[in-house]
Write a protein that binds this ligand. Structure first.
Ligand code: ADP
Length: 208
């Protein structure tokens, strides 16, 4: 039987990384699918040969990483490009996340999956879905101050992701992150305690 696991998701700038770090500090093991996707498309990454074969050298940087800015533009402009890129990345991400999960120690596993609701198969792979939720205006403000993107650019990214309602409909647990970071502490403490006891019950069933 698989280990007890939480799929942590939320829109861009909602606070996924912040909440994931807090759960890790309390003893959860993190598997960050975004970081894995970055490693796969970094110089020497496992996805690079297929990206070169499919899209050509023009989509690589001088260092041999995927040229993210160029790929992002192309994927917006060319209707089949997104599916072709995902066909390369998704199986590799799946293998790498399974390996990272098998190596992970922690009390329970947290998979950080920005597009969990959009991607379909993730929901079946985790024991519970945790959504970090905030108003769209809060997302816009946070991402603008972190990245230097314009409001229009941030809103375009948000519009391409699942809506707040779709995400909440998929959630087993929700963290409200419209407040300050102190307001996160009791919410994270409460969920962590619940996950520890659910993980213990899960492991008990597995050993019966
Ligand atoms: P995500 O991983 O979902 O994109 P982050 O956790 O990186 O979101 O948060 C986005 C930005 O907002 C970061 O700069 C983070 O430090 C900040 N942030 C997150 N939660 C809060 C909060 N409750 N109050 C103030 N800033 C926050």
């Amino acid at each position: 039987m698989r280990r007890f696991s939480v799929g942590l998701t939320g829109g861009i700038g909602s606070g996924k990384t912040t909440v994931a770090d807090m759960l890790q500090a309390r003893g959860a093991a993190l598997v960050d699918t975004d970081r894995i996707a970055h490693q796969l498309t970094a110089p020497g990454g496992a996805a690079i040969p297929d990206i070169r074969a499919q899209f050509g050298d023009a989509f690589l940087t001088a260092e041999g990483a995927m040229n993210r800015a160029r790929m992002r533009e192309y994927v917006f402009a060319e209707s089949t490009a997104k599916a072709r890129l995902e066909a390369i990345l998704h199986p590799l991400i799946r293998v790498e996340t399974e390996l990272a999960a098998a190596r992970a120690k922690g009390t329970y596993l947290v998979f950080v999956v920005p597009l969990l609701v959009e991607s379909g198969s993730w929901k079946q792979r985790v024991s519970r879905v945790l959504v970090v939720d905030c108003a769209e205006q809060t997302q816009v403000r946070r991402v603008m101050s972190r990245s230097g993107l314009s409001e229009a650019q941030v809103r375009t990214i948000i519009a391409a992701q699942a809506s707040r309602q779709e995400r909440l409909a998929a959630a087993d647990d929700v963290i409200d992150n419209d407040g300050d970071s102190l307001a996160l502490v009791p919410q994270v403490d409460k969920l962590h305690a619940m996950y520890v006891s659910l993980a213990a019950a899960h492991d008990q069933r597995a050993s019966d």
